[in-house]
Design a protein. Structure first.
Length: 145
């Protein structure tokens, strides 16, 4: 009787140990036998391209945007009105003959030039950094009308 119980106890203990081993090794299985994932894991984080690795002629030149030029009114509203509508920081006001007359005398080309570089509190390009000269000119013409 005593002997029989001991054998059963030993079998149960082995069963528990083996069960636990299988359970945990499945749980934390990291797959070292998996060569592909091993290579993935240890590969360098960057790759070096040498001259000639890439056919530069095959790389397409960036497509030039052929977006239509914005109208003077659109540019004015988006970029210039914040200051020029009510004359913030002494900016010449929209449509004000008194403010613009002395400037217009210098010629539109000069106004475009000064608007591009900025002057005093007037920021370069009036903050419209992607504006073309033509768009700036249109915005100025819209303001001095
Ligand atoms: C942050 C405010 C501000 C914004 C935005 C702004 N301006 Fe001005 N602008 C000024 C101020 C201030 C002056 C007066 C500068 C001076 O004469 O010292 C001025 C002057 C000008 C002048 C006259 C420059 C000269 O030679 O006398 C032109 C032209 C002009 N702005 C065009 C524009 C255009 C076009 C935009 C939008 C694309 C624009 N501005 C946006 C503040 C601004």
């Amino acid at each position: 009787m005593y002997f029989k119980n001991s054998v059963i106890a030993i079998i149960i203990i082995f069963a528990i140990i083996f069960g636990a081993k299988t359970f945990f090794s499945n749980l934390i299985h990291v797959g070292y036998d998996d060569n592909l994932s091993l290579e993935e894991r240890i590969k360098p984080s960057g790759q070096v391209y040498l001259a000639g690795d890439i056919d530069v002629n095959a790389v397409k030149a960036p497509v030039k945007t052929t977006a239509k030029a914005r109208s003077g009114a659109a540019v004015y509203t988006a970029s210039c009105a914040s200051c020029h509508s009510i004359g913030i920081l002494n900016a010449p006001k929209f449509g004000s003959k008194a403010d613009w007359a002395p400037r217009v005398k210098r010629g539109i080309a000069d106004l475009v030039k000064v608007a591009t570089t900025g002057v005093g509190a007037m920021p370069p390009k009036g903050t419209c950094m992607d504006c073309s000269d033509a768009e700036l000119k249109a915005a100025i013409e819209h303001m001095i009308k």
